[in-house]
Design a protein around this ligand. Sequence first.
Ligand code: NAD
Length: 500
Amino acid sequence: MTSIPSRITHWVGGESWRDAPERTAPVTNPATGAVTGHVDLASVHVVDSAVTSARTAWEDGWGRSSLSRRTSVLFAFRELLHRHTDRIAALVTAEHGKVLADARGEVARGLEVAELACGIPSLLQGAASDSVATDLDVRSLRQPLGVVAVITPFNFPVMVPLWFVPVALACGNTVVLKPSEKDPSAALAVARLWTEAGLPDGALSVVHGDGEAVDALIAHEDVAAVSFVGSTPVARHVHEVATSRGKRVQALGGAKNHMFVLPDADLDQAADAAVSAGFGSAGERCMAISAVVVHEAVADDLVARIAERTRALRTGDGSTGADMGPLVTAEHRDRVRSFVDGAAGEGATVVVDGREGPVDGTQSGFFLPPTLLDHVGPAMAVYVEEIFGPVLSVLRVGSFDAGLRLINAHRYGNGAAIFTRDGASARRFEREVEVGMVGVNVPIPVPAAHFSFGGWKDSLFGDLHAYGPDGVSFFTRGKVVTTRWPSADAGVDLGFPTHR
Ligand code: NAD
């Protein structure tokens, strides 16, 4: 029996949007290929209503609310999200396709940022200097920006919005969130939890949509700042448009994360890490390992170990215990497969061929089992481009220097990991590799919430990274107050004030 697709609509001013949509897009369950809903695509009018509602909520009080008021909402939200983890994770699996354990993991990593934001009184604490000159005191404070826009990709429908929303709200801003139209339901469910936690109506709105909604949001005169995460071409576009309108922007883009395996590494640990980080979430992670750079001396051995583990993976419906789920859409699955076709044509060795791999599931799901490619060259499209799928490429090098040069020549600089037992090599790699996040025997070095997340080069446009101290700086403006309470007339003095 075919179930009737449900409507997924915007959340504006603390309630569901009522008007009929001008345009909609289908939402599918990638494991079955079935259309499970239709999401409204926001017009300029809907975006304007959400921004106006956010501005009103900011002016009416959230922007001036006390830290204790904000933290009471943040603590309540943290408890609600924790309690509803399984329900939210099931929504992620149903629309994204990742396996349930992975979906629970992304909620858990998002919770860490909510917990960080609960400590906002300390994070916003300014500095004070008493008597910098006679009777003169100085203190610093940070104030909110106003309405901020958060635009997020399909691959972490809960975690990536939570990199920004709790910190932005904790700092006293109000937020318009535009999640991916491919898997919109989880972000909506989380927005309802914010309302239940006591956040005033309008302080967080969710508008669904595509490029039209994004373009309206980043150009809106009442939006002060934009946090964007997505592919590099769109990140560059968002950065260019929003900065040209005078907005503060952080735009996180695509990636090609390398794992560098030195001859002295524990090859079983390295193979486990390559398979986990390469094929987890079907390779649809911005920190997924997609290129293994290995010293020739151990390359055959490492490839054999990775191949054995790759063949053992079960690809299937993420809600029923498979190791790896489907790709998010049929188009994306076909694009990823075309990279494997291209690499084979360009001379790479297809060691494990996902195009022929077994699938536990329906034929109509968007499955592509994992592929392992060896002898990949630096000019091949499969290496140059971000693939964002379950394809692991092995590149062989003859020395440490050659490996480091190769990694640093890539246009992306999100993350990189080194596997070695040698501290000196690890330390040199840490210091010389040109990426924003480095792992030493850690394949996916996503920083803890009290650090900040972000890449270099074409992986991030803007100066400040997400969450942690950078997140607080991004969502606030600094101010310094210099105070004197004179007890007697100082008299007129046209000289430049100096600290005496
Ligand atoms: P995407 O760029 O297609 O979409 C991201 C957001 O931009 C979505 O909300 C989408 O609706 C919107 N959008 C899409 N096309 C647009 C256009 N032409 N104009 C304006 N807005 C547009 O990305 P995606 O496919 O949803 O997500 C995967 C990408 O995100 C990958 O490149 C991945 O590396 C990247 N990503 C990066 C990080 C990071 O931290 N650097 C984290 C997660 C994902």
